[in-house]
Design a protein around this ligand. Structure first.
Ligand SMILES: Nc1nc2c(c(=O)[nH]1)N(C=O)[C@@H](CNc1ccc(C(=O)N[C@@H](CCC(=O)O)C(=O)O)cc1)CN2
Ligand SMILES: Nc1nc2c(ncn2[C@@H]2O[C@H](COP(=O)(O)OP(=O)(O)OP(=O)(O)O)[C@@H](O)[C@H]2O)c(=O)[nH]1
Ligand SMILES: [Mg+2]
Length: 444
């Protein structure tokens, strides 16, 4: 039997133990599995309370089951769902019963979604949106992913592709009438006008794309500075928990420590780094090397200085990079007059909390500019951007090709439509699909 025709099953909910666990089964045997373990097929799409019982194993669990006969199911195949108590032994017992049924096997990561895709329930951009939705940590990421799952990009791309195919049809009819120059020219002109209008539309989408790819990845803010200035103290304040060791001993932090923050819906990773100085200690030296490297790669550096000591100059200590650097004066509680110098952004006390609200507001403001405002995000991945870029370029090229002949125009248009086909997953080689679905969760 081809692996595609096998019936697959997986735990679709979190790591046990959980209050309830959902085990999904998809494929031709899903109905038989239900009949076998729940004694009879429940009414379609209605939650049904049953005792799961296996001939050999005896009772498995007091459960709720659902039956979605295909093709009106999430995968397009027959689907059975077992909502069971999420204990390890309960799961092991149900999995044991499922594994013993001939023709059933565990699903690969993303295999349910892949089947939904192959059965036309989702296009590739929608599948990508689904993966992003599962991994969304913040509200803005969730909204962006949900829009893509609901076909915002896919519908646009389908519409563009349809229009290109219509324009292509005109050119091809023109080619058939090429002995009658007038007719063919009359057909070519509107086709080229359509191509150029579409080119502009896709350019607009590419330009308005803003920072949606960034929203997927998040913003990285590195806290850097000389030893003992209070970097780890600030890190703990921003994280609201003790993630980093704080001590009066200079050179405390060695490894890079990361925390994920939800800053007003923006995904932000804050990293705490080793204090940067010349040192003879090889372990600390490695910490300093990492601190410099991570600060150079970050999207923003918070360079902390100690108010009670002479302020260090970040340029002297950081590796040169494009990363913006904010100089922040810490430990203002130790000095009488906390005058902010020209290049000092704000003064804070990481220990007492002074100025932290102001710093957070500045960070939210920075994130707003970094991610771009509004909900325009149509293109969320490099894959999508590159395919739209080449579609747009081919449409532009079609106009230039008119001088060489209609066949060349048709060729450009055909290639443009094919790029959109790739975007939607209609035209593609197996290994690209493999690489996309491999990153999904098991049970999805
Ligand atoms: N229990 C459970 N909850 C879940 C899912 C699931 O599979 N099971 N989902 C899984 O991802 C998500 C919901 N998505 C779903 C998508 C399509 C269909 C479905 O049955 N579609 C049919 C029928 C049309 C309809 O009425 O929705 C279809 O598309 O033909 C169900 C759930 C989130 N919650
Ligand atoms: N008075 C005062 N002390 C602070 C403040 N912030 C941090 N400290 C103290 O400064 C010392 C160093 O703090 P850390 O947060 O460990 O400094 P660090 O920059 O991470 O140091 P390294 O990891 O060694 O580079 C600790 O004793 C903190 O309690 C502050 O705002 N005011
Ligand atoms: Mg530290």
């Amino acid at each position: 039997m081809h692996p595609r025709d096998q019936t697959i099953y997986a735990l679709s909910s979190g790591r046990p133990p959980t209050a309830i666990a959902i085990v999904r089964v998809s494929g031709p045997l899903a109905g038989q599995v239900l009949e076998c373990l729940a004694k009879k097929l429940p009414a379609p799409r209605l939650a049904t309370h049953v005792l799961l019982f296996d001939e050999k194993l005896g009772p498995i669990d007091d459960a709720v089951v659902l039956w979605f006969p295909g093709p009106a199911s999430a995968t397009g195949e027959d689907v059975a769902e077992f909502h069971i108590h999420g204990g390890r032994a309960v799961l092991a017992s149900l999995f044991g019963a499922l594994a013993a049924i001939d023709g059933l096997r565990l699903a690969e990561p993303g295999e349910f979604t892949r089947r939904a895709f192959e059965n036309g329930k989702l296009d590739l951009t929608e599948a990508e949106g689904l993966d992003d939705l599962i991994h969304a940590d913040t509200d803005r990421q969730r909204r962006q992913a949900l829009r893509q799952l609901k076909g915002l990009l896919g519908d646009r791309a389908r519409n563009w592709r349809q229009q290109i195919i219509e324009a292509l049809a005109l050119v091809e009819v023109g080619i058939d009438f090429s002995d009658e120059g007038d007719v063919s020219a009359e057909l070519l002109a509107p086709a080229l006008a359509k191509a150029s209008a579409l080119h502009r539309e896709i350019e607009d989408a590419l330009a308005a794309q803003g920072r949606s790819e960034r929203l997927r990845d998040g913003l990285v803010v590195a806290i850097a500075g000389q030893p003992n200035v209070g970097k780890s103290t600030l890190m703990n304040q921003l994280a609201r928990r003790d993630v980093a060791i704080v001590s009066p001993h200079a050179g405390t932090t060695r490894d890079v420590i990361e925390v994920q923050l939800d800053l007003d819906g923006y995904p932000v990773t804050i990293i705490d780094t080793a204090g940067i100085r010349e040192t003879a200690d090889p372990v600390e030296e490695e910490g300093v090397r990492r601190a410099r490297a991570r600060a150079a790669e970050a999207d923003l550096v918070l360079w902390l200085v100690d108010s009670s000591a002479e302020a260090s100059n970040p340029e002297q200590w950081l590796t040169e990079s494009e990363t913006p650097v904010w100089v922040i004066r810490n430990k203002v509680d130790l000095v009488q007059t906390a005058s902010a110098g020209p290049d000092l952004l704000i003064a804070i006390s990481a220990e007492r909390g002074d100025g932290l609200a102001q710093l957070l507001a500045l960070l939210v403001d920075f994130a707003g500019r970094y991610f771009g405002s509004g909900e325009a995000g149509l293109i969320t991945r490099e894959r999508q951007r590159l395919l739209l870029r080449s579609t747009s370029d081919l449409l532009q090229h079609a106009a230039a090709s008119a001088e060489q002949g209609e066949e060349f125009v048709a060729e450009d248009m055909r290639a443009a439509a094919q790029q959109l086909g790739r975007l939607l997953g209609r035209v593609d080689v197996e290994d690209i699909l493999d690489s996309i679905f491999r990153d999904f969760c098991i049970g999805k």
